[in-house]
Design a protein around this ligand. Sequence first.
Ligand SMILES: C[S@@+](CC[C@H](N)C(=O)[O-])C[C@H]1O[C@@H](n2cnc3c(N)ncnc32)[C@H](O)[C@@H]1O
Length: 238
Amino acid sequence: MYFEYMKSCVNEMGIEFDEIAYGKFIRYSEMLIDWNSRINLTAITDMDGIIKKHFIDSLKIFEFSPIKKARKIIDVGTGAGFPGIPMKIINDDFELTLLDSLNKRIDYLKEVCKELKLENVDFVHARAEDGARMPEHREKYDLAVSRAVANMAVLSELCLPFVKTGGYFIALKGPGVETELSEAKKAITEMGGKLLKVINVAIKDTDLNHNIVVVEKIAKTPLKYPRQAGLVSKNPIK
Ligand SMILES: C[S@@+](CC[C@H](N)C(=O)[O-])C[C@H]1O[C@@H](n2cnc3c(N)ncnc32)[C@H](O)[C@@H]1O
């Protein structure tokens, strides 16, 4: 029912979309609804909402086309797998790490990836503040992505330490991003980042207007960051 809709949204970004990918999205939506009755994953439970507000919203990240070249991507605070899993379904050319601080969500993500036969996916149960201090994760990624986890100042401290110099951190944001960005200038610079661009995207057949905030990593993050869990959100860098 949503095949043509998804195909046209994805094709618009210069990416192929076929029945196999569509079948995976449908199975993913079924698992999301099923697991959501036992563990809290999402407030959006109707098919139309899942397709547009979760799947297409996540895939809009490819509007910034240089990320098609990323080979190692981490999704910080992935929750029910957004945006990481939709990205992986339509483009299998990268290694994906899904990080979340809630173990029940990690269990669910493992089941989804097994069921959808998604390969080269790693699962990390940790707070981002701790994960980014682990040598196997620190400055090891071409791209860190995150949606609906924290404001830009906090998120920059949580995500940029994972990114290699020359890589990107991308936050998927709703309206009102300008205020957040003006309050995050210092945090982005401190973490070795530079705001590259904000891409405004519309989701077809909805009134949703979202923003893809692209930050380039231009220098190493000082070792004192991220600060310990609790401090980052309680006392954001300003
Ligand atoms: C509102 S949900 C958003 C989930 C998903 N990214 C989405 O867009 O639907 C926020 C998620 O971030 C996780 N989270 C919040 N703070 C975190 C932190 N410091 N480190 C790791 N995960 C965190 C929560 O456990 C939750 O799963």
